[in-house]
Design a protein around this ligand. Structure first.
Ligand code: PHE
Length: 446
């Protein structure tokens, strides 16, 4: 591949594309249940601090590498490393990123499939008049049916890979333009509705009044992993998008805009979901089913409930779709850079993700007790280790590469933030982001 890659049509299109990658299951499904398992407000506070101190600077590092290299991640890293007189082995970082997104996409596609099922169920009015207990039991029964999970996983992956095959810049632009404002608006409505529920007060204090007694090294590690996951940083996925970035665009502004949007989506979702959790006397640490059980309960009590629930699942599905496309892109871009045709690369990625995804789909029934590592089954492994460990590791190396290895003149031009912006970024990433990521990773692993 040469320097004649496709480009996003405008600055706005780039910001929307990165927001599309960032906003997804991470905000609406993963944030509430991980926060629920890790104590609520203290987790939220630490995660937001990590977004500011690590997420944003590393996001800039990652995108600027792609922008300076204008190639698939592996090739961009290789070329920039040679240019700097550093080892070409840096390119393996691109492969590590591809491996990380591979693991993530394998469970992401399965969970996104749940949204398809729930979309269909809400269009059919299946939640009408159902009690909270019935909705909970229905979800359990659904998870115990691997055939249904596999069908939806296959459908979702097919939807994703079709867009990837067409080339993301063109395929995504139109979708993102419409989707983000709609999703945001609906979440806002939900949060407003939440103020009328009896659980609202408890939800607010649970989310915003931190108590630090229960904060362990593990909670801090989860918060850091989630900051990387929700921003889509650390797997060279945004690096692949940076390669299509327009020439004139300030990177810090784009990164801040995305982070603010991303956090606010998570907060709106958190307020809506935890209000229902507390109004219904449910347990916040209920795990991956949290959103799928609470929201149908909330909507079933609203006028036009089925309609709004259908709209919600449709928007969620579209949001996860744009994230999944970003997850697939670095793998396809990497294979393409190795000389594969885009269509062949897409097919190979689709098939292998589908196969590994089956293990996650079966993790709720047949393979529930198959626990190959750390006493966790496959779904539990792929939904925790790659986000909590691989993304921060990848992010750390990306940061080191941009802050210490790349020729700084290249960094300055790709960052497009002026002299002061550059110095601020460099100081933060060198003396805060890199050491902090390292310490938290080490502390969490030990
Ligand atoms: N940020 C996405 C989400 O929150 C997930 C993702 C992670 C996408 C890593 C790309 C890379 O759903």
């Amino acid at each position: 591949m040469s320097e004649t890659l496709e480009r996003w049509g405008s600055k706005r299109a780039f910001i929307l594309a990165v927001t599309g990658a960032a906003v997804g299951l991470g905000n609406i499904w993963r944030f509430p249940y991980v926060a629920g398992e890790n104590g609520g407000a203290a987790f939220l506070l630490i995660y937001v601090a990590f977004v500011l101190l690590l997420g944003i600077p590393v996001m800039m590092a990652e995108i600027l590498i792609g922008r300076a290299g204008r190639r698939g991640p592996m090739q961009a890293l290789g070329v920039l490393a040679s240019e700097a007189g550093a080892s070409r082995h840096w390119r393996w970082l691109g492969l590590f990123g591809a491996f990380t997104v591979f693991c993530i996409l394998s469970f992401y596609s399965v969970v996104s499939g749940w949204s398809i099922e729930f979309l269909v169920a809400s269009v059919n009015g299946n939640f009408n008049g159902a009690s909270a207990a019935e909705i909970g039991a229905g979800f359990e029964a659904f998870l115990a049916n691997p055939g249904l999970l596999i069908f939806n996983h296959s459908l979702f992956l097919f939807m994703t890979m079709t867009v990837v095959a067409a080339g993301v810049a063109k395929g995504l632009e139109r979708l993102n333009n419409l989707l983000m404002p709609l999703l945001y608006g609906l979440l806002l409505l939900l949060a407003i509705y939440a103020t009328t529920t009896s659980g609202f007060g408890t939800a607010l204090s649970w989310l915003f009044l931190p108590s630090f007694e229960d904060v362990t090294a593990e909670v801090v590690l989860h918060a850091m992993g989630h900051a990387f996951f929700t921003l889509a940083v650390g797997a060279c996925a945004l690096m692949a998008y940076g390669a299509y970035m327009p020439d004139e665009q300030s990177l810090p502004k784009a990164a801040f805009a995305v982070a603010v949007l991303d956090i606010s989506v998570a907060l709106l979702a958190g307020i809506a979901i935890f209000s229902v959790v507390f109004a219904q006397g449910m347990d916040p640490a209920d795990g991956p089913g949290l959103m799928f059980v609470t929201l149908p309960i909330a909507f079933s009590e609203l006028p036009w409930g089925s309609f709004w629930l259908s709209v919600f699942f449709l928007l969620l599905l579209l949001a996860t779709w744009t994230s999944a496309i970003n997850l697939a892109e670095p793998m396809v871009a990497t294979l393409q850079g190795l000389g594969w045709r885009r269509s062949t690369a897409t097919a190979a990625v689709a098939l292998s993700v589908w196969l590994i995804g089956l293990l996650s789909a079966f993790s709720f029934s047949t393979l529930a007790e198959f626990r190959p590592l750390f006493g966790r089954n496959v779904f539990e492994l792929v939904s925790s280790i790659p986000p909590d460990i691989f993304l921060p590791m990848g992010g750390l190396l990306i940061a080191i590469f941009a802050a210490w290895v790349m020729p700084q003149a290249r960094v300055i031009s790709a960052l497009d933030a002026g002299e002061r912006g550059y110095l601020l970024w460099r100081t933060t990433i060198r003396w805060v982001s890199i050491p902090l990521t390292f310490i938290v990773l080490l502390g969490g692993l030990l």
